[in-house]
Design a protein around this ligand. Structure first.
Ligand code: GLP
Length: 265
């Protein structure tokens, strides 16, 4: 795992968008794993701008989202399909037929979960998985005690997740209490992973996830097992990290980060 501290949330999102852009330029058929949430909005703004101003080409790219609420149709503004269309897909030259989310409207949810796993395999697996973190340490919707080898499945959300994410819905009670999510094992199968974390409310859980023990109580701690995982955070999220000095030294000195240190946004 490599951890990079950026001055603010905007710069952190820019760095993540730049890493995605680099991967896409190197492999136009990239299979990209995508995430939702407020943190990702900045990343998608940058990708839209890079498409518009720098001709970043998504025409051959395929995407698989981490999760989707159960029982929300795609035209519901609370659904993750709506979120992705609104923040990214409608503004870039991706073929919408190559954008996949779990089918939260399926009558047979177990079959829909199996089908999602099969499709990811058919496309050769996820090349680069983008992740955020929930305040209880979830990645996707893998709530505490999710098996570290879990696969795509339907999952009950915790009351705390319902309280936090419920603010994104117009009416209280409108938010579904269940979702389909890639499992922790599914996520760990991605060839490379980028976790983006910003804001002081995530400082405690970030420290637990990256510097604490690996435990199913904090699903994101399983990322410590992944050989190609980069974690990009802002100063506010970084305050509880013990090895800050080391992380800053790596970013300042490793050749891998040279092109990202002083580039303009
Ligand atoms: C949801 C998503 C997660 C995301 C999390 C954090 O629960 N299922 O994938 O990481 O929200 O969202 P935010 O960035 O709004 O804090």
């Amino acid at each position: 795992m490599e951890l990079v501290i950026q001055p603010d949330a905007e710069r952190a999102a820019w760095l993540v968008a730049s890493l995605i852009a680099k991967a896409l330029r190197e492999k136009p058929h990239l299979v990209l794993g995508l995430a939702t949430g407020r943190t990702m909005e900045r990343v998608y703004n940058h990708l839209v701008r890079m498409h518009r101003d720098d001709k970043l080409d998504f025409s051959l790219c395929r995407t698989f989202n981490l999760d989707e609420y159960i029982g929300l149709p795609p035209d519901n503004p609370g659904s993750y399909r709506y979120y992705m269309d609104h923040h990214l897909f409608n503004h870039i030259n991706i073929d919408h037929r190559n954008t996949f989310l779990p089918d939260g409207m399926a009558t047979d949810l177990k079959a829909a979960c199996r089908h999602y796993e099969e499709m990811i395999l058919e496309f050769g697996g996820v090349d680069l998985q983008l992740l955020g973190i929930g305040s209880d340490g979830h990645i996707g919707f893998n709530e505490p005690l999710s098996a570290l080898r879990s696969r795509t499945r339907d999952k009950a959300l915790t009351p705390s997740t319902i309280a936090v994410n419920g603010t994104l819905f117009n009416k209280p009670g409108e938010m579904p209490t269940r979702a389909i999510t890639m499992g922790v094992g599914t996520i760990l199968d991605a060839h490379a992973i980028i976790l983006l974390v910003s804001g002081s409310t995530k400082a405690d859980i970030l420290a637990k996830a990256v510097e604490g023990p690996i435990t199913s109580m904090v699903s994101a701690s399983a990322l410590q097992l992944h050989p190609q995982c980069r974690v990009v955070v802002d100063e506010h999220a970084a305050v509880k990290l013990q090895a800050q000095e080391y992380y800053r030294w790596i970013f300042a000195t490793e050749p891998e980060w040279a092109g990202f240190r002083s580039d303009k946004q």
